[in-house]
Design a protein around this ligand. Structure first.
Ligand code: HGY
Ligand code: MN
Ligand code: MN
Length: 424
Protein backbone atom coordinates (compact mmCIF):
# COMPACT_ATOMS: atom_id res chain seq x y z
CA UNK A 1 0.00 0.00 0.00
CA UNK A 2 1.44 3.38 -0.93
CA UNK A 3 1.75 5.76 2.01
CA UNK A 4 -0.96 8.43 1.90
CA UNK A 5 0.41 11.88 1.04
CA UNK A 6 -0.54 15.06 2.93
CA UNK A 7 -3.40 15.68 0.51
CA UNK A 8 -4.93 12.25 0.91
CA UNK A 9 -8.15 12.60 2.87
CA UNK A 10 -10.38 10.08 4.58
CA UNK A 11 -13.91 11.10 5.39
CA UNK A 12 -16.22 10.11 8.26
CA UNK A 13 -17.73 6.91 6.87
CA UNK A 14 -20.23 6.49 9.73
CA UNK A 15 -21.60 10.00 9.20
CA UNK A 16 -21.83 9.43 5.45
CA UNK A 17 -23.66 6.14 5.97
CA UNK A 18 -26.09 7.69 8.46
CA UNK A 19 -26.97 10.45 5.99
CA UNK A 20 -27.57 7.85 3.27
CA UNK A 21 -29.89 5.90 5.54
CA UNK A 22 -31.67 9.06 6.77
CA UNK A 23 -32.28 10.24 3.20
CA UNK A 24 -33.53 6.77 2.24
CA UNK A 25 -36.24 7.14 4.89
CA UNK A 26 -37.73 10.00 2.85
CA UNK A 27 -40.00 8.46 0.23
CA UNK A 28 -39.53 4.98 1.70
CA UNK A 29 -42.05 2.21 1.00
CA UNK A 30 -42.40 -1.48 1.80
CA UNK A 31 -41.58 -3.38 -1.37
CA UNK A 32 -43.79 -6.49 -1.58
CA UNK A 33 -41.65 -8.27 -4.17
CA UNK A 34 -38.40 -8.11 -2.22
CA UNK A 35 -39.73 -7.65 1.31
CA UNK A 36 -37.29 -4.76 1.60
CA UNK A 37 -37.69 -1.04 2.22
CA UNK A 38 -37.47 0.67 -1.15
CA UNK A 39 -37.33 4.33 -2.09
CA UNK A 40 -39.85 6.06 -4.34
CA UNK A 41 -38.88 9.72 -4.82
CA UNK A 42 -39.82 10.68 -8.37
CA UNK A 43 -38.66 14.13 -9.39
CA UNK A 44 -40.60 17.03 -7.84
CA UNK A 45 -43.07 14.85 -6.00
CA UNK A 46 -43.70 15.69 -2.36
CA UNK A 47 -41.19 13.00 -1.40
CA UNK A 48 -38.51 14.50 -3.64
CA UNK A 49 -39.27 17.95 -2.26
CA UNK A 50 -38.86 16.65 1.27
CA UNK A 51 -35.57 15.03 0.31
CA UNK A 52 -34.41 18.28 -1.27
CA UNK A 53 -35.24 20.23 1.88
CA UNK A 54 -33.28 17.73 3.96
CA UNK A 55 -30.25 17.97 1.67
CA UNK A 56 -30.38 21.78 1.72
CA UNK A 57 -30.47 21.67 5.51
CA UNK A 58 -27.37 19.43 5.52
CA UNK A 59 -25.68 21.76 3.03
CA UNK A 60 -26.37 24.80 5.21
CA UNK A 61 -25.22 22.96 8.35
CA UNK A 62 -21.99 22.27 6.47
CA UNK A 63 -21.58 25.99 5.85
CA UNK A 64 -22.37 25.89 2.13
CA UNK A 65 -23.94 28.88 0.40
CA UNK A 66 -27.01 27.39 -1.31
CA UNK A 67 -28.65 28.57 -4.52
CA UNK A 68 -31.51 27.10 -6.59
CA UNK A 69 -31.92 27.76 -10.32
CA UNK A 70 -34.91 27.91 -12.69
CA UNK A 71 -34.77 24.14 -13.20
CA UNK A 72 -34.68 23.44 -9.48
CA UNK A 73 -31.02 22.44 -9.68
CA UNK A 74 -29.47 23.03 -6.23
CA UNK A 75 -25.83 24.13 -5.75
CA UNK A 76 -24.01 24.39 -2.43
CA UNK A 77 -20.80 26.44 -2.60
CA UNK A 78 -17.72 26.29 -0.34
CA UNK A 79 -15.56 29.33 -0.98
CA UNK A 80 -11.94 29.04 -1.97
CA UNK A 81 -9.08 31.40 -1.23
CA UNK A 82 -9.55 32.66 -4.82
CA UNK A 83 -13.31 33.23 -5.11
CA UNK A 84 -12.90 34.36 -8.72
CA UNK A 85 -11.47 30.98 -9.73
CA UNK A 86 -13.76 28.54 -11.52
CA UNK A 87 -15.03 26.05 -8.93
CA UNK A 88 -14.52 22.32 -8.84
CA UNK A 89 -17.98 20.79 -9.06
CA UNK A 90 -19.23 17.48 -7.66
CA UNK A 91 -22.71 16.12 -6.95
CA UNK A 92 -25.37 13.99 -8.65
CA UNK A 93 -29.15 13.59 -8.12
CA UNK A 94 -31.53 12.54 -5.33
CA UNK A 95 -34.63 11.97 -7.45
CA UNK A 96 -35.18 8.24 -7.79
CA UNK A 97 -37.05 5.69 -9.85
CA UNK A 98 -40.17 4.18 -8.27
CA UNK A 99 -38.42 1.05 -7.01
CA UNK A 100 -35.10 2.46 -5.91
CA UNK A 101 -32.53 1.68 -3.30
CA UNK A 102 -30.65 4.11 -1.06
CA UNK A 103 -27.59 4.81 -3.16
CA UNK A 104 -28.34 5.75 -6.80
CA UNK A 105 -27.43 9.45 -7.07
CA UNK A 106 -27.60 10.02 -3.32
CA UNK A 107 -24.06 8.73 -2.77
CA UNK A 108 -22.71 11.49 -5.03
CA UNK A 109 -24.67 14.28 -3.37
CA UNK A 110 -24.17 13.16 0.24
CA UNK A 111 -20.58 12.23 -0.54
CA UNK A 112 -19.94 15.77 -1.74
CA UNK A 113 -21.40 17.21 1.45
CA UNK A 114 -19.32 14.78 3.54
CA UNK A 115 -16.16 15.94 1.76
CA UNK A 116 -17.00 19.53 2.72
CA UNK A 117 -17.62 18.58 6.36
CA UNK A 118 -14.29 16.75 6.45
CA UNK A 119 -12.33 19.64 4.94
CA UNK A 120 -13.88 22.04 7.44
CA UNK A 121 -13.05 19.73 10.35
CA UNK A 122 -9.45 19.51 9.14
CA UNK A 123 -9.26 23.27 8.55
CA UNK A 124 -8.35 22.65 4.92
CA UNK A 125 -8.74 25.52 2.48
CA UNK A 126 -8.55 25.18 -1.29
CA UNK A 127 -7.68 27.79 -3.88
CA UNK A 128 -10.73 27.06 -5.97
CA UNK A 129 -14.25 26.99 -4.56
CA UNK A 130 -15.87 23.57 -4.32
CA UNK A 131 -19.54 23.21 -5.25
CA UNK A 132 -21.95 20.33 -4.63
CA UNK A 133 -24.84 19.98 -7.10
CA UNK A 134 -28.23 18.27 -6.93
CA UNK A 135 -29.57 18.01 -10.47
CA UNK A 136 -33.30 17.82 -11.19
CA UNK A 137 -35.01 14.79 -12.82
CA UNK A 138 -31.86 12.82 -13.57
CA UNK A 139 -33.91 9.63 -13.86
CA UNK A 140 -36.30 11.03 -16.44
CA UNK A 141 -39.01 8.61 -15.31
CA UNK A 142 -41.59 11.27 -14.45
CA UNK A 143 -41.16 13.86 -17.19
CA UNK A 144 -39.80 11.52 -19.84
CA UNK A 145 -36.26 12.78 -20.48
CA UNK A 146 -33.33 11.70 -18.37
CA UNK A 147 -30.47 13.91 -17.10
CA UNK A 148 -32.95 16.79 -17.54
CA UNK A 149 -31.64 19.35 -15.04
CA UNK A 150 -28.00 18.87 -15.98
CA UNK A 151 -28.83 18.89 -19.71
CA UNK A 152 -30.42 22.32 -19.33
CA UNK A 153 -27.56 23.54 -17.12
CA UNK A 154 -25.10 22.49 -19.82
CA UNK A 155 -27.22 23.90 -22.65
CA UNK A 156 -28.13 20.69 -24.51
CA UNK A 157 -31.85 21.25 -23.77
CA UNK A 158 -33.63 24.58 -23.43
CA UNK A 159 -35.19 25.76 -20.17
CA UNK A 160 -38.43 26.48 -21.99
CA UNK A 161 -38.79 22.98 -23.47
CA UNK A 162 -37.83 21.36 -20.17
CA UNK A 163 -40.31 23.32 -18.08
CA UNK A 164 -43.07 22.44 -20.57
CA UNK A 165 -42.55 18.67 -20.26
CA UNK A 166 -45.51 16.91 -18.70
CA UNK A 167 -45.91 13.79 -16.56
CA UNK A 168 -48.56 11.11 -17.15
CA UNK A 169 -51.15 13.26 -15.36
CA UNK A 170 -50.45 16.24 -17.62
CA UNK A 171 -48.65 18.26 -14.92
CA UNK A 172 -45.79 20.35 -16.30
CA UNK A 173 -42.34 20.38 -14.79
CA UNK A 174 -42.62 24.17 -14.46
CA UNK A 175 -45.83 23.87 -12.46
CA UNK A 176 -44.32 21.19 -10.23
CA UNK A 177 -41.25 23.33 -9.60
CA UNK A 178 -43.55 26.14 -8.47
CA UNK A 179 -45.78 23.83 -6.42
CA UNK A 180 -42.86 22.34 -4.50
CA UNK A 181 -41.11 25.66 -4.01
CA UNK A 182 -38.07 24.79 -6.14
CA UNK A 183 -38.62 27.23 -8.99
CA UNK A 184 -35.41 28.95 -8.05
CA UNK A 185 -34.32 32.45 -9.07
CA UNK A 186 -30.83 31.85 -10.42
CA UNK A 187 -29.99 31.49 -14.08
CA UNK A 188 -29.96 27.88 -15.19
CA UNK A 189 -26.95 27.99 -17.50
CA UNK A 190 -23.98 26.82 -15.47
CA UNK A 191 -20.73 28.81 -15.77
CA UNK A 192 -18.10 26.24 -16.80
CA UNK A 193 -16.52 24.71 -13.70
CA UNK A 194 -12.81 23.93 -13.59
CA UNK A 195 -13.69 20.24 -13.47
CA UNK A 196 -16.55 17.94 -12.46
CA UNK A 197 -16.22 14.63 -10.61
CA UNK A 198 -19.26 12.53 -9.71
CA UNK A 199 -19.18 9.61 -7.30
CA UNK A 200 -21.88 7.01 -8.07
CA UNK A 201 -22.61 3.36 -7.46
CA UNK A 202 -21.74 1.25 -10.48
CA UNK A 203 -25.22 -0.28 -10.78
CA UNK A 204 -23.74 -3.34 -12.47
CA UNK A 205 -21.55 -6.41 -11.80
CA UNK A 206 -18.20 -5.34 -13.27
CA UNK A 207 -16.35 -4.09 -10.15
CA UNK A 208 -17.50 -7.09 -8.13
CA UNK A 209 -16.50 -9.46 -10.94
CA UNK A 210 -13.02 -7.94 -10.78
CA UNK A 211 -13.08 -7.94 -6.96
CA UNK A 212 -12.29 -4.23 -6.70
CA UNK A 213 -14.18 -1.45 -4.88
CA UNK A 214 -13.33 1.51 -7.12
CA UNK A 215 -13.99 2.19 -10.80
CA UNK A 216 -12.40 4.99 -12.81
CA UNK A 217 -15.12 5.71 -15.36
CA UNK A 218 -13.99 6.30 -18.95
CA UNK A 219 -17.33 7.54 -20.28
CA UNK A 220 -21.04 6.80 -20.73
CA UNK A 221 -22.62 4.70 -23.46
CA UNK A 222 -25.24 6.07 -25.87
CA UNK A 223 -28.93 6.24 -24.85
CA UNK A 224 -32.02 6.26 -27.07
CA UNK A 225 -35.51 6.47 -25.57
CA UNK A 226 -38.65 6.50 -27.66
CA UNK A 227 -42.38 6.14 -27.08
CA UNK A 228 -44.22 3.97 -29.62
CA UNK A 229 -48.00 4.05 -29.97
CA UNK A 230 -49.80 1.34 -31.94
CA UNK A 231 -53.25 2.27 -33.23
CA UNK A 232 -55.46 -0.74 -33.99
CA UNK A 233 -59.18 -1.26 -33.70
CA UNK A 234 -61.27 -2.33 -30.72
CA UNK A 235 -63.31 -5.41 -31.62
CA UNK A 236 -65.24 -8.23 -29.96
CA UNK A 237 -62.94 -10.99 -28.74
CA UNK A 238 -65.47 -13.69 -29.61
CA UNK A 239 -67.07 -12.68 -32.82
CA UNK A 240 -64.14 -11.06 -34.69
CA UNK A 241 -62.26 -13.48 -36.96
CA UNK A 242 -58.48 -13.20 -36.68
CA UNK A 243 -58.17 -12.05 -40.32
CA UNK A 244 -60.32 -8.97 -39.54
CA UNK A 245 -58.40 -7.88 -36.49
CA UNK A 246 -56.13 -4.82 -36.12
CA UNK A 247 -54.71 -6.02 -32.82
CA UNK A 248 -52.53 -3.33 -31.21
CA UNK A 249 -51.64 -5.68 -28.37
CA UNK A 250 -50.26 -8.29 -30.74
CA UNK A 251 -48.16 -5.67 -32.52
CA UNK A 252 -46.73 -4.47 -29.19
CA UNK A 253 -45.77 -8.00 -28.26
CA UNK A 254 -44.10 -8.47 -31.65
CA UNK A 255 -41.98 -5.36 -31.02
CA UNK A 256 -40.80 -6.70 -27.66
CA UNK A 257 -39.81 -10.02 -29.27
CA UNK A 258 -38.12 -8.30 -32.25
CA UNK A 259 -36.01 -6.09 -29.98
CA UNK A 260 -34.64 -9.13 -28.17
CA UNK A 261 -33.91 -10.72 -31.56
CA UNK A 262 -31.92 -7.64 -32.59
CA UNK A 263 -29.86 -7.91 -29.38
CA UNK A 264 -29.35 -11.67 -29.68
CA UNK A 265 -28.34 -11.36 -33.35
CA UNK A 266 -25.05 -9.76 -32.25
CA UNK A 267 -25.26 -7.59 -35.36
CA UNK A 268 -25.66 -4.31 -33.45
CA UNK A 269 -22.62 -4.35 -31.22
CA UNK A 270 -23.20 -4.46 -27.46
CA UNK A 271 -26.84 -3.37 -27.81
CA UNK A 272 -29.20 -3.50 -24.85
CA UNK A 273 -32.93 -3.05 -25.32
CA UNK A 274 -35.69 -2.63 -22.75
CA UNK A 275 -39.45 -2.17 -23.01
CA UNK A 276 -40.07 -0.83 -19.52
CA UNK A 277 -43.56 0.54 -20.02
CA UNK A 278 -46.32 -1.29 -21.93
CA UNK A 279 -50.04 -0.65 -21.67
CA UNK A 280 -52.97 -1.69 -23.86
CA UNK A 281 -56.29 0.14 -24.16
CA UNK A 282 -59.06 -0.26 -23.23
CA UNK A 283 -57.38 -3.13 -21.36
CA UNK A 284 -60.50 -5.29 -21.00
CA UNK A 285 -60.68 -9.04 -21.27
CA UNK A 286 -63.11 -9.36 -24.18
CA UNK A 287 -61.93 -6.48 -26.39
CA UNK A 288 -59.17 -6.73 -28.98
CA UNK A 289 -56.76 -3.91 -27.94
CA UNK A 290 -57.45 -0.72 -29.86
CA UNK A 291 -54.23 0.95 -28.78
CA UNK A 292 -50.93 0.00 -27.21
CA UNK A 293 -48.28 2.33 -25.82
CA UNK A 294 -44.74 1.24 -25.05
CA UNK A 295 -41.36 2.79 -24.36
CA UNK A 296 -38.14 1.51 -25.89
CA UNK A 297 -34.83 2.13 -24.08
CA UNK A 298 -31.78 1.30 -26.25
CA UNK A 299 -28.19 1.50 -25.00
CA UNK A 300 -25.05 1.09 -27.04
CA UNK A 301 -21.40 2.08 -26.50
CA UNK A 302 -21.03 2.46 -30.29
CA UNK A 303 -22.93 5.34 -31.89
CA UNK A 304 -22.91 3.79 -35.37
CA UNK A 305 -24.36 0.53 -34.04
CA UNK A 306 -26.95 2.47 -32.04
CA UNK A 307 -28.15 4.25 -35.20
CA UNK A 308 -28.28 0.92 -37.06
CA UNK A 309 -30.38 -0.59 -34.28
CA UNK A 310 -32.77 2.37 -34.34
CA UNK A 311 -33.10 1.99 -38.11
CA UNK A 312 -33.78 -1.74 -37.78
CA UNK A 313 -36.55 -1.01 -35.29
CA UNK A 314 -38.02 1.69 -37.56
CA UNK A 315 -38.03 -0.77 -40.47
CA UNK A 316 -39.87 -3.31 -38.33
CA UNK A 317 -42.51 -0.73 -37.39
CA UNK A 318 -43.07 -0.03 -41.10
CA UNK A 319 -43.43 -3.79 -41.65
CA UNK A 320 -46.05 -3.97 -38.90
CA UNK A 321 -48.00 -1.09 -40.42
CA UNK A 322 -48.07 -2.77 -43.77
CA UNK A 323 -48.90 -6.17 -42.25
CA UNK A 324 -52.63 -5.96 -41.78
CA UNK A 325 -55.75 -3.82 -42.03
CA UNK A 326 -56.08 -0.78 -39.88
CA UNK A 327 -52.88 -0.84 -37.88
CA UNK A 328 -50.85 2.39 -37.72
CA UNK A 329 -47.81 3.38 -35.67
CA UNK A 330 -46.65 6.71 -34.24
CA UNK A 331 -43.33 7.30 -32.48
CA UNK A 332 -41.86 10.09 -30.35
CA UNK A 333 -38.18 10.40 -29.46
CA UNK A 334 -38.00 11.03 -25.72
CA UNK A 335 -34.25 11.15 -25.18
CA UNK A 336 -31.17 10.67 -27.29
CA UNK A 337 -27.53 11.02 -26.22
CA UNK A 338 -24.39 9.78 -27.90
CA UNK A 339 -21.47 7.98 -26.22
CA UNK A 340 -19.68 10.55 -24.04
CA UNK A 341 -15.97 10.01 -23.29
CA UNK A 342 -14.60 11.40 -20.01
CA UNK A 343 -11.46 13.50 -19.59
CA UNK A 344 -8.20 11.55 -19.42
CA UNK A 345 -6.58 14.08 -17.10
CA UNK A 346 -9.34 13.92 -14.52
CA UNK A 347 -9.40 10.13 -14.78
CA UNK A 348 -5.66 10.18 -13.92
CA UNK A 349 -6.32 12.30 -10.82
CA UNK A 350 -8.99 9.82 -9.72
CA UNK A 351 -6.75 6.82 -10.36
CA UNK A 352 -3.85 8.43 -8.48
CA UNK A 353 -6.14 9.23 -5.54
CA UNK A 354 -7.28 5.61 -5.44
CA UNK A 355 -3.65 4.46 -5.53
CA UNK A 356 -2.75 6.85 -2.70
CA UNK A 357 -5.55 5.34 -0.66
CA UNK A 358 -4.22 1.88 -1.46
CA UNK A 359 -7.44 1.00 -3.26
CA UNK A 360 -7.39 -1.31 -6.27
CA UNK A 361 -9.33 0.04 -9.21
CA UNK A 362 -10.22 -0.70 -12.81
CA UNK A 363 -11.33 1.54 -15.65
CA UNK A 364 -14.75 0.94 -17.16
CA UNK A 365 -17.46 2.49 -19.29
CA UNK A 366 -20.71 3.39 -17.57
CA UNK A 367 -23.75 1.33 -18.57
CA UNK A 368 -26.06 3.88 -16.95
CA UNK A 369 -26.60 7.50 -17.87
CA UNK A 370 -25.38 10.15 -15.43
CA UNK A 371 -25.38 13.93 -14.99
CA UNK A 372 -21.64 13.77 -15.61
CA UNK A 373 -22.29 13.05 -19.28
CA UNK A 374 -24.00 16.44 -19.56
CA UNK A 375 -21.51 18.45 -17.51
CA UNK A 376 -18.74 16.94 -19.65
CA UNK A 377 -19.85 19.43 -22.31
CA UNK A 378 -18.75 22.27 -20.01
CA UNK A 379 -15.50 21.10 -18.43
CA UNK A 380 -13.10 18.17 -17.92
CA UNK A 381 -15.22 15.51 -16.26
CA UNK A 382 -14.92 11.99 -14.88
CA UNK A 383 -16.65 9.68 -12.40
CA UNK A 384 -15.76 7.42 -9.52
CA UNK A 385 -17.73 4.18 -9.33
CA UNK A 386 -18.33 2.35 -6.09
CA UNK A 387 -18.89 -1.38 -6.16
CA UNK A 388 -22.40 -2.73 -5.74
CA UNK A 389 -23.35 -6.05 -4.17
CA UNK A 390 -25.82 -8.72 -5.33
CA UNK A 391 -24.63 -8.48 -8.90
CA UNK A 392 -24.69 -4.68 -8.68
CA UNK A 393 -28.45 -4.71 -8.96
CA UNK A 394 -30.02 -1.25 -9.13
CA UNK A 395 -33.37 0.39 -9.78
CA UNK A 396 -34.45 -2.24 -7.27
CA UNK A 397 -34.70 -2.00 -3.46
CA UNK A 398 -32.03 -4.71 -3.29
CA UNK A 399 -29.45 -2.14 -4.47
CA UNK A 400 -26.59 -2.21 -1.95
CA UNK A 401 -23.05 -1.01 -1.46
CA UNK A 402 -21.24 -1.67 1.82
CA UNK A 403 -20.45 1.15 4.28
CA UNK A 404 -16.76 0.49 3.62
CA UNK A 405 -17.08 0.71 -0.17
CA UNK A 406 -19.10 3.92 0.10
CA UNK A 407 -16.55 5.43 2.48
CA UNK A 408 -13.64 4.41 0.25
CA UNK A 409 -15.38 5.89 -2.81
CA UNK A 410 -15.88 9.21 -1.02
CA UNK A 411 -12.29 9.11 0.32
CA UNK A 412 -11.18 8.99 -3.33
CA UNK A 413 -13.65 11.78 -4.14
CA UNK A 414 -12.30 13.99 -1.31
CA UNK A 415 -8.69 13.56 -2.38
CA UNK A 416 -9.57 14.09 -6.05
CA UNK A 417 -11.58 17.27 -5.38
CA UNK A 418 -8.85 18.83 -3.22
CA UNK A 419 -6.18 18.10 -5.80
CA UNK A 420 -8.32 19.53 -8.60
CA UNK A 421 -9.20 22.56 -6.46
CA UNK A 422 -5.53 23.41 -6.08
CA UNK A 423 -4.76 23.12 -9.79
CA UNK A 424 -3.96 26.29 -11.73
O1 HGY B 1 -31.38 5.64 -17.25
C1 HGY B 1 -30.27 5.74 -16.72
O2 HGY B 1 -29.28 5.19 -17.19
C2 HGY B 1 -30.12 6.54 -15.44
O3 HGY B 1 -30.49 5.73 -14.35
N1 HGY B 1 -30.93 7.73 -15.47
MN1 MN C 1 -28.06 7.73 -10.98
MN1 MN D 1 -30.85 5.64 -11.86
Amino acid sequence: MTSPTSDTFTINGDRLWQSLMDLADIGAYDDERTGLRGVNRLALTDADAAGRRQVIAWMEQAGLAVRVDRMGNIYGRREGTDPAAAPVLTGSHIDSVATAGAFDGCLGVLGGIEVVRTLDERGITTRRPIEVAVFTEEEGVRFGTDMLGSAVAAGRLTLRSARALTDRDGLTLGAELARTGFDGPTDVRLAPPHAYVECHIEQGPVLADHDVEIGVVTGVQGISWQKITLHGRAAHAGTTPTRLRADAGLAAAQIVVRLRALVDSGEYGDLRATVGHLVVHPGLTNIVPARAELTVDLRNPDDVQMTRAEEALAAFLRELEGGGPGLSVTTRQMARTAHVPFDEGVQKVVAQAADDHGLAHISLLSGAGHDAQEIAALCPTAMIFVRGEYGGISHNPREYSTPQACAHGVDVLATTLVRLADQD
